[in-house]
Design a binder for this molecule. Sequence first.
Ligand SMILES: [Zn+2]
Length: 134
Amino acid sequence: MKSVSKDLLSGIIYASNAHAVWEDLKERFDKVNRVRTFQLHRGISRLSHGSDSVAVYFTKLKELWAEYNVLVPSPNCGCVKSKEYVVHLHQQRLMQFLDGLNDTYDQARRKGGSYGNASRKRPRIPRKETIPRV
Ligand SMILES: [Zn+2]
């Protein structure tokens, strides 16, 4: 049992039943997920274009978003609210992308995104009044 950490082992031994063991493990697992979610959140907000090409920068962002999606899944029940949530999420991500772009892309930023070959699908920019206040 040396491979099981002392803290974890003592927690399991003193848990009175299977449910308590499960709750304990779930709590530890949730904590790991929260830490990873935070790391991803920070990674996304700090990632910038830098010396990468726009395509590489966009690919890196997409990878971080993909992992974030696994940990924090979007509602997909298809109701109006869940669709609104997804639209809002895409707006946030467009802004994250634009925020990390180099200053030479200021014009693209103001226009709301024509980023060369980085993305074939141009994200739609909502009219100002539709951007939710956070
Ligand atoms: Zn729903």
